[in-house]
Design a protein around this ligand. Structure first.
Ligand code: GCU
Length: 341
């Protein structure tokens, strides 16, 4: 059986399981099925982190819960899967922060280009659990609680043609995530922003609907975008975390002890994901260069940064909810300047 048929079969089996056992229901052995959906492949660090989550929950509470992980947008693209999480059909979902912007506008801050001065400042911000708690509970009103974050790397542009300076992006159609802030960013670079779900990007580049996209290096290999876009230019314009978001009603249905087990599992999944990340990126670069013929281009970031920095002021003026976290990040940026990563 070819990999395509295997994949179709897997998708079918996954969907049948999903449809037969509605969330909240128990299976024959009396266990509550806990469904987690994400967009990445089984090789991705997030999947590896989630396996640790599953293991921890089942080790501690295996008599009551069975955790099922649905990768590869199996239960729908992130927008669709968020809706299913709100209804309770899915219990946990991993999403990029741009997809959370319409639920709690404070998440817009992460779409700001060149927000973090360094990867250290990004990690220091996300590891400040005390501060992040305020952000994580901001989705409560809509019925979601963010449990933890995952590193989703540093985003850069990749396209069929080489991008070396902002002018090269003029007139290019580039895919962005489905959020107003991301659209504004790509337009500010001088390109035509084309929002679409992650899972549609490969075909859109292949068919010439778009000229390229922007993402971390794993999109090139794990999602095979390197087959259709051969130039990856290190513009390093965003570091946007992914978050693990729970259906709040599910969390509140747990006892305090059970809640603690799920919280521990979430923290553990982040540690595992972060550890897997650097190795996976290095691996992806090697495969992209050696097996896919992708060229990685080091660009001078100064003109790219200059082109979009005005957006910070515009976004702050439009959305007061991001001011506090923006200031908080600026403090961390200033503190970390010159610090070794
Ligand atoms: C990354 C990120 C995802 C996001 C995707 C995208 O892969 O981890 O959460 O959905 O980029 O560009 O849509």
């Amino acid at each position: 059986m070819g990999w395509k048929s295997k994949l179709s079969l897997l998708l079918l089996v996954g969907l049948i399981c999903f449809l037969i056992i509605p969330a909240g229901n128990t299976i024959g052995n009396g266990k509550r099925i806990v469904r987690i959906a994400h967009s990445q492949s089984e090789k991705h660090p997030e999947h590896i982190g989630l396996l640790a989550f599953k293991k921890h929950v089942e080790e501690k509470l295996g008599d009551k819960f069975e955790v099922q992980i649905f990768p590869n947008e199996l239960l729908g693209g992130q927008k669709k899967a968020i809706e299913l999480t709100q209804t309770g059909a899915i219990d946990f979902i991993v999403v990029g922060c741009p997809n959370v912007e319409t639920i709690a506008s404070v998440y817009e801050v992460f779409s700001m280009p060149y927000l973090f001065a360094s990867q250290k400042a990004y990690f220091d911000t996300m590891r400040d659990e005390e501060y992040m708690k305020k952000i994580y509970t901001s989705t409560d009103e809509a019925g979601f609680r963010v449990m933890t974050w995952y590193n989703a790397g540093i985003r850069s542009f990749y396209a069929k043609e080489k991008i070396e300076k902002p002018e090269d992006m003029q007139g290019m159609k580039l895919r962005v995530q489905q959020s107003p802030a991301s659209i504004a960013m790509v337009n500010a670079f001088g390109a035509a922003a084309t929002p679409m779900a992650f899972g549609e990007v490969y075909t859109a580049i292949q068919q010439g609907v778009i000229d390229g996209a922007e993402n971390n290096e794993l999109a090139i290999t794990n999602n095979k975008h390197g087959e259709v876009a051969k130039y990856y230019s290190y513009t390093n314009h965003q570091m946007i975390p992914d978050v693990l978001m729970a259906n709040l009603r599910f969390l509140q249905s747990l006892s305090p002890e059970e809640q603690e087990v799920f919280a521990e599992a979430a923290r553990l999944s982040t540690d595992v994901e972060l550890e897997a990340w650097d190795k996976e990126v290095e691996n992806a670069k090697k495969i992209a260069q050696e097996e896919m013929g992708v060229t990685f281009v080091n660009v001078d970031m100064t003109p790219f940064r200059a082109q979009v920095l005005e957006l910070h002021k515009e976004m702050l003026a439009k959305n007061p909810n991001i001011r506090d976290i923006y200031e908080h990040i600026q403090t961390i940026n200033a503190r970390d300047t010159g610090a070794k990563e």
